[in-house]
Design a protein around this ligand. Structure first.
Ligand SMILES: [Zn+2]
Length: 172
């Protein structure tokens, strides 16, 4: 699944062969058919759901669940919503270490520092980056070299076939 011949294999529109994501149907190059860029609304929903899950499990449950989910490039809410973090360079699910950097080091630590230094204005600006970025990348996506995709509607066996062993990581 690539755009090497200059045509999107999903919607048949012309695309630049170097394009990461089809502008028309949002298919991600190098990912299984039907894996599209996650839209901003679902990303916001996932962000809020992760906060709710964090609170509902008193933090500890969410952290234990996250350590599992990170192995397949997901947060607990992403797992429920069929969103997934891919390493942009390979278009494969981010592994544990990249997720740790993205979710913990960058998102929590850096954002807390930026937020404290700018009375949270910087946080709001950085949190909105995906709205104007073509690849809908947040600052932590840029630093960790990741994109967030939506696999809703893509059969599990297709994902597993393309993304072993990432997807085969145990589900708690
Ligand atoms: Zn397309």
């Amino acid at each position: 699944m690539s755009f090497a011949d200059g045509v999107c294999p999903r919607c048949a529109r012309r695309v630049e062969p170097i394009t990461l994501v089809c502008d028309a149907c949002h298919q991600v190059a190098g990912a299984p058919m039907g894996v599209v860029l996650g839209d901003s609304g679902r990303r916001l929903g996932q962000y809020l759901l992760d906060i709710v899950l964090f609170g509902a499990t008193l933090g500890i449950g969410w952290i234990v669940w996250s350590v599992q989910a990170w192995r397949g490039g997901q947060t607990p809410a992403m797992r429920l919503m069929k969103l997934r973090v891919l390493h942009a360079a390979t278009r494969r699910p981010a592994r544990w270490r990249r997720m740790f950097v993205r979710e913990f080091l960058i998102k929590m630590v850096v954002m807390a520092v930026v937020g404290a230094g700018s009375f949270w204005i910087g946080t709001v600006l950085l949190d909105s980056m995906l709205l104007w970025d073509r690849g809908r990348r947040q600052v932590w996506d840029e630093i960790a070299d990741t994109i967030v995709v939506d696999t809703t509607g893509v059969p599990q066996y297709l994902l597993a076939a393309a993304w072993e062993p990432e997807v085969a990581a145990p589900i708690m």
